[in-house]
Ligand binder design. Structure first.
Ligand SMILES: C[S@@+](CC[C@H](N)C(=O)[O-])C[C@H]1O[C@@H](n2cnc3c(N)ncnc32)[C@H](O)[C@@H]1O
Length: 313
């Protein structure tokens, strides 16, 4: 997860809401009567609260045309075969559904990944974690890597594609998410990725890795940002009263699964770096440091396991 949980996009106005009293009738559907031209569809989308660029992007994708076509042909009749999907997408987007779920895809580290409501939509800021991992994984060397809480497989697949000699194990407790991740690995012909279903280190009993990366849930229960993220799985987002439950668990358990001098890299909220640094130091990690995301916010903290101290937990 990354900055969209910290810096949220503006929320479009809802087209419809459920009546709360007998006299509280639903708002009229902005797309009734259905639009006849591209211009009418964009105008209705604006009335529904969608921003112009968002609506144009949806029109381009559904009609399969470039934006220049939408601008130049806005008085053309809308092809009827595209109308149901166009209206469905405009309505859903106006109700706050992320564009990536409408399209079913999101690009991450140069890979086009399938995303579904079972998976978090990968955020560009998570590329910071991948870049850091790649710096620590020499090309052409066999290395064992684990990605805990893989979701769509974003981190695991980015590493696997850049380091073909590495063996990458992707873990998620969501069967739906893991199926999407493995489908994405197949789509990109990444034979060096395996998936295991289970909670954090549970499916990794007895295994040790050169590098463990994780972007676990890290939003506090009750955080007001959650209201804007209700389309994404809650289990991918929240981790206890302070948002640190999963980061604590992973940090404490990681030493038992790292080779000597192996690395643990963790993504976290922009205000959680001091706590995550403390957690790593308390668990016995050395070389603890924090990296910043594209918006220059502290986003990932990692450390090296010396391999000489008693493992915790
Ligand atoms: C913030 S999402 C990150 C997804 C992906 N790695 C990314 O960066 O886009 C957290 C992921 O952790 C998974 N998760 C939550 N609790 C888990 C647990 N106890 N064990 C394994 N995975 C878990 C969720 O299903 C979700 O896919």
């Amino acid at each position: 997860m990354a900055s969209e949980r910290d810096t949220l996009p503006p929320q479009p106005a809802l087209v419809q809401r459920a009546p709360t009293t007998a006299s509280d009738t639903p708002l009229p559907d902005a797309f009734d009567p259905p639009p006849r031209t591209v211009a009418e569809a964009l105008q209705q989308a604006r009335s529904a609260g969608l921003d112009r660029l968002d609506a144009q992007l949806i029109a381009c994708t559904v009609l399969g045309v470039p934006r220049s076509w939408v601008l130049a042909h806005d008085s053309d009749p809308l092809p009827t075969e595209h109308l149901p999907r166009l209206l469905d997408w405009l309505r859903r987007r106006a109700a706050g559904e992320p564009f990536a779920y409408l399209q079913g895809e999101k690009e991450f580290f140069g890979l086009l990944l399938r995303v579904t409501p079972d998976t978090l939509i990968p955020r560009p800021d998570t590329e910071t974690l991948v870049q850091w991992a790649l710096e620590l994984l020499p090309p052409d060397h066999p290395r064992n890597v684990a990605d805990l809480g893989t979701g769509s497989g974003a981190i695991a697949l980015a590493i696997a594609s850049q380091r073909p000699q590495a063996q990458v194990t992707a873990v998620d407790f969501s069967a739906g998410a893991l199926a999407v991740a493995l489908g994405n690995a197949k789509r990109h012909a990444l034979g060096n990725v395996q998936g295991l279903q289970g909670s954090w280190f549970e499916p990794l009993a007895g295994q040790r890795f050169d590098l463990i990366a994780s972007n676990p849930p890290y939003i506090a229960e009750g955080d007001h940002h959650l209201a804007a993220l209700h389309h994404e799985p809650r289990t991918a987002l929240t981790a206890g009263a302070d948002g640190l439950d999963d980061l604590r668990h992973i940090t404490r358990q990681a030493p038992a699964h790292l080779k000597p001098r192996g690395w643990l890299l963790l993504e976290h909220g922009h205000d959680q770096a001091p706590q995550v640094q403390q957690l790593l130091q308390a668990a016995g990690f050395t070389d603890v440091s924090t990296r910043f995301d594209l918006g220059e916010r502290p986003r990932c903290t990692g450390g090296r396991w010396p391999g000489t101290q008693r493992t915790t937990g």
